[in-house]
Ligand binder design. Structure first.
Ligand code: NAI
Length: 732
């Protein structure tokens, strides 16, 4: 008799019928992860299962935690450098081998997925012959590794390709990192069954074991072929559906290696046997894990996002409060979206505009969104009706009685904003939170128009509100901590991510995105081919091209802001330095009447409101033959312009947290996700052409750009000092 190997994070519970339940239950953590203890445990479990095989009738994986299994241990993974490549490869192979031994034991293995199974959790489930998901609230299933710059390396690529074919595996599971609800996981073939209760789930697991005593994976059955064929089949290439446009962009040049490695692991792995495919998967994974992009993305999308959402920036010691009834002033584009987002979170909404028709139009926007959701099966008639019943359109200020929060979204006009607050400040609750969605007006000035400036705060939403996850909270000079805490709670209540900044022109997001746009426009002024400017933005990884973005925002808006800022700077005795973009914008507007998309002509031509191509006049009036700006410089000028201004925001106290900067830049203004955000981009700067890495490399490169393109690239003192001290940007 062999000694029974022991395991610390997986409990072995065998009943009298021979069914072994493997309970995932890490004693040291709130969630199960693929840490060192798990690696040892799963190997010990495989040993024991083989040793005691004859007494086993079947195996059920389930978990004692709220989630089934959380995935890799990101605290460990972020530290893995190229020097640890072999070790990381071996550790990954160890888990794969153990799961494979259980999968091929010759006994039925069932995953009873009692909660979220993302990444490693779903990979354990994939190694099971049968997958049953409990329809628990918040339960999500999928392989989101790509969103952290990684690939699923617990057999996830190898098995999904064999389960659903290369095309579906890539598009439904691997390349987008989609997280499915149990029901949608069932519809898309990720699980076999959904159970309504834990008891039902376990009964189904038992039933499967009883009816499939000699279960095998489809790919272990003789004569198995990958569904839909493999690239060695000539028909295959024609059948691989076109990649979604954004993915194409990621694959075509943006420095974002995960989708490329996933594609390679899937395609190469499909042409070899299972064991070799696992080795290929591990190699591509190790390359990603030891590289900089995964570290950037783990930092941003895991650690920074968690810090921001959990309230690292929320004043301490103030009780959490929920808003019951909100007044939304202005039912235009933003007000209508804000009303929908609040009603979706269960808050009563009074949506006020100047007349009943305008208010009703604002509510109709919610109807439109809900009709679309209904037609796609994302909501039900009952939920649609419930949500709509929560929105009361009105033109009568008296209807705002009882509101404990106000969000103003009327035209961008200081006097009008003052007027609408005066009209309602005695109608709403006496301590109601007062928020403005202004995009450019200083909060401190707006607060002068209300009787309780201590309760007044900026709540800057992004368009379209129902889709954009970020809200920038802006503290005015007189905003109180209580108001900040309540604003923070309100943003979380509507399931959005709050960053907190201090008042300044353009706050953080609008100010910094302005630098990106100005840099692109300046290049046109230098005589660079406009199509190259657009391509540089795309290849740097920006989701929107720079000149088209300018057109969307309109060319007159930055002019207005610039003129106001110039006046304010001069009034305060400061010096005003024009940006080279200014002259280009002035010429387009003044000489050619091109004001952007809404005016029907801008950097692009428009036909029937649709973008028709870059205006040929740009080349005629601006291009200078012989001008050569290296492509790498073009990309870095855009990225650096935003990064440098963000450091200035830290210096000036507009920003107070690194996590806010990183998350705000990616989720609010499209700073490329592969960088991990605007300050992580500096931390992880990889340099080139001999300038070096990290902060010192970034400083050296900024000086090169300053010498070549202008003083605006001179590194701010804070950056230089940090580089000299060997520090990085961090909140710790
Ligand atoms: P919009 O022009 O679509 O809507 C403004 C609405 O306010 C109109 O329906 C108008 O009838 C209404 N209104 C005017 N006077 C009113 C009054 N006395 N009482 C009640 N309602 C009144 O404008 P949009 O785009 O929705 O912008 C609203 C605010 O949000 C502005 O301050 C803007 O700067 C800001 N913002 C806009 C963003 C955008 O992408 N459009 C992004 C972030 C902020």
């Amino acid at each position: 008799m062999t000694a029974t190997p022991t395991s610390t994070t997986i409990r072995w519970e065998q009943d009298e019928t021979g069914i072994v339940t493997l309970v995932l239950d890490d004693p040291d953590q709130s969630a199960n992860t693929m840490n060192q203890a798990f690696r040892e445990s799963i190997a010990a479990i495989a040993d024991r299962a083989e040793a005691e095989k004859d007494s086993i009738r079947g195996i059920v994986f389930t978990s004692a935690k709220k989630t089934f299994f959380a995935g890799g241990d990101l605290k460990d993974m972020i530290k893995v450098g190229p020097e640890h490549a072999q070790q990381a490869f071996d550790m990954g192979m160890g888990i794969k081998r153990a799961l494979r031994r259980i999968e091929t034991l010759g006994k039925p293995v069932v995953a009873a997925i009692n909660g979220a199974a993302l990444g490693g959790g779903y990979e354990i489930a994939l190694a099971c012959h049968h997958r049953i998901a409990l329809d628990a609230p918040g339960s999500k299933i999928g392989l989101p590794e790509v969103t952290l710059g990684l690939l699923p390396a617990g057999g996830g690529v190898t098995r999904t390709v064999r389960l659903m074919g290369i095309a579906d595996a890539l598009l439904k599971v691997l390349l987008q990192g989609t997280q499915y609800s149990p029901q949608r996981a069932l519809e898309n073939g990720l699980v076999h069954e959904v159970a309504a209760t834990p008891e039902e789930m376990l009964a189904k697991a038992r039933a499967f074991i009883e009816t499939h005593p000699e279960s095998q994976q489809p790919w272990d059955v003789k004569g198995y072929r990958i569904p839909g064929g493999t690239p060695s089949n000539p028909k295959f290439a024609a059948n691989l559906p076109a990649f979604p446009a954004n993915l194409k962009k990621q694959l075509n040049g943006a420095p974002f290696p995960a989708p490329r490695n996933i594609l390679a692991a899937a395609v190469e792995g499909s042409q070899v046997d299972f064991e070799t495919a696992q080795v290929i998967e591990a190699r591509y994974f190790t390359e990603l894990l030891t590289g900089q992009t995964a570290k950037n993305m783990i930092q941003a999308f895991f650690f920074d996002l968690q810090a921001v959402n959990s309230g690292a920036n929320r004043p301490k010691g103030i009780e959490r409060r929920k808003v019951r009834k909100v007044a939304v002033l202005g039912a235009g584009m933003m007000g209508a979206g804000i009303a929908y987002s609040c009603a979706r979170a269960g808050i009563e909404v009074v949506l006020k505009d100047v007349n009943a028709d305008a208010a009703a139009r604002g509510k109709a926007y919610s109807e439109k969104l809900l009709d679309k959701a209904l037609s796609r099966g994302r909501t039900t008639e009952a939920k649609r009706a419930e949500l709509l019943a929560r929105i009361t359109p009105t033109a009568d200020p008296a209807d705002l009685a009882g509101c404990d929060a106000v969000i103003e979204a009327v035209f961008e006009d200081q006097a009008l904003k003052h007027k609408v607050f005066q009209e309602i400040q005695h109608v709403v609750e006496p301590d109601a939170l007062l928020c403005s969605n202004t995009s450019t007006l200083p909060i401190t000035l707006l607060a002068e128009g209300v009787e309780r400036p201590v309760d007044f705060i900026g709540l800057h939403f992004f368009s379209p509100v129902d889709k954009m996850p970020l809200v920038e909270i802006i503290k005015g000079e007189r905003t109180g901590d209580e108001a900040l805490a309540r604003a923070f709670d309100l943003v979380r209540q509507i399931n959005k991510t709050p960053i907190v900044v201090n008042d300044s022109r353009g706050f953080f997001t609008s100010r910094v995105i302005g630098q990106f746009i100005n840099e692109g426009v300046a290049m046109v002024g230098e005589g660079v081919e406009p199509a190259s400017v657009e391509q540089a933005a795309a290849q740097a990884g920006y989701p929107a091209k720079v000149l088209s973005l300018m057109d969307e925002l309109t060319l007159t808006l930055p002019r207005k802001i610039r003129n106001e800022t110039r006046r304010a700077v001069k009034e305060s005795g400061g010096t005003w330095t024009p940006h080279p973009a200014d002259a280009v914008i002035d010429r387009l507007v003044d000489d050619f009447g091109r004001t952007g998309r809404s005016g029907g002509a801008g950097f692009y031509d428009y036909v029937d409101g649709r973008r028709a191509g870059l205006w040929p006049g740009l080349r005629e009036h601006f291009a200078k033959p012989g001008v050569h700006v290296p492509f790498e410089d073009m990309k870095e000028r855009m990225l650096f312009s935003e990064a440098l201004d963000t450091v200035r925001c830290l210096e000036e106290g507009v920003l107070t947290s690194v996590a806010d900067a990183n998350i705000g830049s990616i989720m609010g203004i499209g700073f490329p996700a592969w960088t991990g955000g605007v300050l992580q981009y500096i931390n992880g700067y990889e340099g080139g052409a001999g300038v070096g890495k990290g902060l010192p490399g970034f400083v050296a490169r900024a000086r090169e750009l300053a010498a070549a393109y202008g003083e605006r690239f001179e590194p701010p003192a804070l950056l230089v000092e940090k580089a000299e001290r060997g520090e990085v940007f961090t909140d710790e």
